[in-house]
Design a binder for this molecule. Structure first.
Ligand code: AMP
Ligand code: TRP
Length: 333
């Protein structure tokens, strides 16, 4: 069956191994499937839900686009664009925001996490962020949305909004309810310093993550220093269950090598931690460093990156505008 794929990544700097293994690698695989239509968006309107420095934002938009391209996304095969250049997303968010219920948004855990203790000071944008995300997805009649585990709740909200709109305006199947595509294994890559915390752009410690722009030495050094524990080298899957740091490192190795955990454990039978870490660093350098090199090369040609985004935005706006028109017609405008 042909799939309509849509996904987005925020241009907030420091794209890391978690973004790559949890999302971008999957984007590239989906682009390879013959009948898929793929649309990948740099969601810069989502980024401004928290304060951004205008010059750094512009740099990060280009860097995220360069990471897409360097990882293997091809503007001839996929539509690649940034959200702020397609005004229909914002218009759609308003229209859908009048269908979404406060009670639904109040349940969103990402808002609670990001707003922290002082909810009164969070931007209104941060609160309605999931409605904009629903607009992104629904305007393209997307059937499948590849995301990391943390976005599952937002996808459920998108489905609720689609269903309520269809019901309220007596239009069965008009807005398509999308399915999340979440990697079954290794969907959460954890911090290299704390196996219970997600690897994250915003972690103040750079040692906690492998950035997609790290060079060889940085990758090797971070893996060497990655936290393990003082237990024995694991012999089977059960050994890993209660050892979050090791579980994460074995997971990263398995994910990058496209193999299951069992094969990884078998591969290292009779070896020790330093042999495992050396090999892990080696495969990361093999797979991530070429992407890092390509990102630096692409970033030297800002004109090319900007052209990719402009061309992608023109294609995206054509599709999104039509859907906004249809939505408005249903509403009575
Ligand atoms: P964000 O950086 O929050 O815009 O996330 C971009 C994509 O990467 C989303 O699909 C996230 O779910 C995914 N992602 C972010 N951090 C991780 C992580 N540590 N492990 C797996 N996936 C992640
Ligand atoms: N909220 C997503 C994140 O933080 C990014 C995003 C915005 C997105 N719009 C989207 C992902 C549409 C998938 C589809 O990772």
């Amino acid at each position: 069956m042909s799939k309509k794929i849509f996904s987005g990544v925020q241009p907030t700097g420091n794209l890391h191994l978690g973004n790559y293994l949890g999302a971008i690698k999957n984007f590239v695989n989906l682009q390879k499937e013959k009948d898929n239509t793929c649309i990948y968006c740099v969601v810069d309107l989502h980024a401004i839900t928290v304060k951004q420095d205008p010059r750094i934002l512009k740099k990060n938009i280009r860097e995220t686009t360069a990471t897409f391209l360097a990882s293997g996304l091809d503007p001839k095969k996929s539509i690649i664009f940034n959200q702020s250049m397609v005004p229909s997303h914002s218009e759609g968010a308003w229209l859908l925001g009048c269908v979404a219920r406060m009670g639904w948004l109040n349940r969103m855990t990402q808002f609670k996490e990001k707003a922290g203790k002082d909810k009164e000071k969070a931007s209104v944008g941060l609160y309605i962020y999931p409605v904009l995300m629903a607009s992104d997805i629904l305007l393209y009649n997307s059937t499948h949305v590849p995301v990391g585990e943390d976005q599952k709740q937002h996808l459920e909200l998108t489905r609720d909004i689609a269903q309520k709109f269809n019901l309220d305006f007596n239009s069965p199947n008009f807005l398509i309810t999308p399915e999340p595509l979440i990697q079954k294994n290794f969907s959460r890559i954890m911090s290299l310093k704390d196996g219970k915390k997600k690897m994250s752009k915003s972690d103040p410690s750079d040692q906690s993550r492998i950035n997609m722009t790290d060079d060889k030495d940085q990758i090797v050094n971070k893996i060497k220093k990655a936290k393990t524990d003082s237990g024995e080298f694991p012999e089977n899957n059960n050994d890993l269950n209660k050892r979050p740091e090791l579980n994460n490192l074995f997971g990263i190795y398995s994910s990058i090598q496209d193999q299951d955990m069992k094969s990884t454990i078998n591969e290292f039978q009779g070896k020790n931690f330093s042999e495992f870490k050396n090999r892990l660093a080696e495969v990361l350098v093999e797979k991530i460093y070429p992407i890092s090199k390509e990102i630096s090369k692409l970033l030297k040609d800002e004109k090319y990156i900007d052209e990719v985004l402009i061309e992608g935005s023109v294609k995206a706006e054509k599709i999104a505008k039509k859907k906004v028109y249809d939505i408005k017609e249903k509403i009575g405008f």
